[in-house]
Ligand binder design. Sequence first.
Ligand code: HMG
Ligand code: MG
Length: 311
Amino acid sequence: MRSPHVVPDPSLPRRVTIYEVGPRDGLQNEETVVPVEVKAEFVRRLLDAGLPVVEATSFVHPAWVPQLADAAELLDVLAADLGDRARDLPVLVPNERGLDRALEKGMRHIAVFGSATDTFARRNLNRGLDEQFSMFAPTVARAREAGLDVRAYVSMCFGDPWEGEVPVDQVVGVGARLLDLGASQLSLGDTIGVGTPGHVTALLDAFNAAGIGDDVLALHAHDTYGQALANTHAALRHGLTTIDASTGGLGGCPYAKSATGNLATEDLVWMLDGLGIEHGVDLEQLVATSLWMAGQLGRPSPSRVVKALGG
Ligand code: HMG
Ligand code: MG
């Protein structure tokens, strides 16, 4: 079968926005640096497949993530091809230096990335839990003054490889501070994929109790323990309508021990199709893109749907 039997569930949202992170979260974790033309082709194919949001790259320190050191060049290549549309692709920005680099390219959407735990903040950002906000505050303020939209990630929402369990209230506290700085959306990262559906529901309930609605929340699931799709279903049931995913299931954070691939966009699309939820993405084009990318990377995609449809 090349598409699932459709049985809509009226308790779920009718439409979902898939926030694609493959070119950024996927390629930041590859051992080899993917050539800039291949990255550009990947982004173009994802847009052609109908993905409404494609996070393209990161303006982080090039020595910290050499895989994405070509961010400016990539955006030049994409702008030459896509024109103004390239400026709508979100990019990760950790600090004011990153913002300056994004502004030089005329980008309109940035994403800062905070941590719910002190250890990961130190490992990923070279800042403590509180210190990270001193870095984000001027970055977000200047971005907003310049008219940019700012998304904020919160990492380690469901557990941390160094600190273990992460209290739900601690996650909500970090998320609330990022929204207070001026972020328009919070993406809740299960960076190491340890969350389970009840935990997702409890965290989302806690955000709602703090006055933060499902409309500003997104789930960013990694699939390390095979829970990404179940956790995403719990988030949809709660009322979230933005879900992060990575085509082919690529991904992981080089600074998070035991982080593996993100929820595969193809696996998400198959489930959304079966539930009759609109998303605007062409599954066959995505699968073809993942097969092509697997050829570039020299290994098969971990996505179950790519395996099932790609043979
Ligand atoms: P630092 O070493 O503390 O930086 O790194 P600094 O502020 O002390 O500056 C030191 C030098 O770096 C200065 O240059 C700066 O100009 C330069 P110098 O004056 O010595 O010549 N510099 C930069 N250069 C280029 N671009 C920049 C930049 N910033 C400073 N943006 C820093 C702090 C935040 C920069 C570093 O820790 C970093 O780049 N970290 C990024 C790590 C990363 O990208 N991790 C992966 C993304 S997060 C993720 O994957 C999780 C997520 O998917 C959600 C989830 O799954 O949970 C989002
Ligand atoms: Mg991630």
